[in-house]
Design a protein around this ligand. Sequence first.
Ligand SMILES: [Zn+2]
Ligand SMILES: [Zn+2]
Length: 107
Amino acid sequence: MNQPLRLHSERKCPACDRDCVIVQSRAGGLVTRNCVAGHQAQPVRLSDLPLLRCAVCKVDMITDTVDKNYVYKCPSCGRTATVHSLVPPWQESFDFQGFGGPDFEMH
Ligand SMILES: [Zn+2]
Ligand SMILES: [Zn+2]
């Protein structure tokens, strides 16, 4: 299994204008974008997904909706991955970013 990807949403947090990271939502199956400063999670639109490249073909992947899940698909080799399968669960993403985001510092 690959490491989860840290995908930044194209849109910023509406509350503080900081980056949002796309994560698996608590409910499972869905993805949300969570502000790095911990504001309320926001729904993800297809247009929020950052561009990814197929590691094999080196071409940009297209984004699409399949069975209500967002997917990345390589137009060359046809490899498909749901966004949900690529990103970390929301709680882990906040662990591995060193905690709390730019509003908080650790001593
Ligand atoms: Zn925020
Ligand atoms: Zn490919």
